[in-house]
Design a binder for this molecule. Structure first.
Ligand SMILES: NC(=O)c1ccc[n+]([C@@H]2O[C@H](COP(=O)([O-])OP(=O)(O)OC[C@H]3O[C@@H](n4cnc5c(N)ncnc54)[C@H](OP(=O)(O)O)[C@@H]3O)[C@@H](O)[C@H]2O)c1
Length: 224
């Protein structure tokens, strides 16, 4: 069996990062939880390790977590995104960076708000340069679902310029219990990022606890 890559979850003490971390720890990935506060990271890592039973889960500062990992997952609020990207610039070289950031503009979170660059995912790729393979994903999964063991009625659109890096994230989605789809180049991340505000609107309008999206159609054998 292939050795699983070590994942750094920056913002792993938070809602989305914590939920993904729990699922990936249960799937056997070695994890480093990143936080601004290493003591908090260590505490969250202890909780996740205990819940997952057996996986290697440690805590560190965001920078140290990024340096220790094969794949770096950005799960911090939009306001801190640019600073976090700058923090990991050196550590990210040669690695895959998974960007989950949705550019919400509180309080109008049900209105699509996109950056001048087009999408956060593309901004991350532009900032980190061609030595880093940025993949944007998980924008449309409600964090609360990830924290429970139930199945999640939501697919994951996976955007990135490098097909192998996208495939690695499709696999990460599967190991978190989610169906991931290759959804094109990083510029397409605009769709996943924008869709979150639409889902928030639908949640409010129809009183749904975390609406999701599904891709329909059956891939031909060998195409999936
Ligand atoms: N929540 C969702 O359902 C959901 C769904 C899809 C995508 N997302 C995206 O996932 C990302 C994280 O969302 P979230 O809801 O998990 O956020 P969150 O819980 O509010 O924050 C995540 C973590 O980010 C760190 N953080 C907070 N402010 C920071 C700052 N100014 N500088 C550096 N780090 C800071 C905190 O960790 P420490 O205090 O330990 O440093 C916090 O635990 C966002 O970009 C969001 O758009 C969220």
């Amino acid at each position: 069996m292939d050795k699983k890559p070590t994942l750094a979850i920056l913002g792993g003490s938070g809602d989305l990062g914590g939920g993904l971390a729990r699922r990936w720890a249960k799937a056997g990935y070695p994890l480093v939880i990143g936080s601004r506060d290493p003591a908090k990271a260590a505490q969250v890592a202890d909780e996740i390790r205990t819940a997952a039973g057996g996986s290697t889960v440690t805590g560190a500062t965001n920078a140290a977590a990024a340096a220790a990992a094969d794949i770096i997952v950005l799960a911090v609020p939009n306001e801190s995104h640019d600073a976090m990207v700058a923090t990991i610039r050196d550590a990210a070289r040669g690695k895959i960076v998974v960007d989950t950031t949705v550019p919400l503009a509180p309080p109008k979170v049900s209105t699509v708000n996109l950056p001048p660059t087009g999408s956060i995912g593309k901004a991350t790729q532009d900032a980190l340069g061609p030595e880093v393979r940025v993949v944007a994903a998980f924008h449309n999964v409600a964090a609360d679902h990830l924290r429970h063991d139930h199945g999640i009625d939501c697919d994951v659109l996976v955007f990135g310029n490098d097909a192998q890096a996208r495939e690695a994230v499709v696999r990460l989605a599967a190991d978190a219990g989610l169906k991931g789809w290759h959804a094109g180049v990083i510029a397409n991340a605009v769709v996943g990022e924008a869709l979150t505000s639409v889902l928030i609107f639908i949640n409010r309008r129809y009183k749904i606890d975390g609406a999701g999206v599904r891709i329909t159609g059956t891939p031909q054998p060998g195409a999936a």
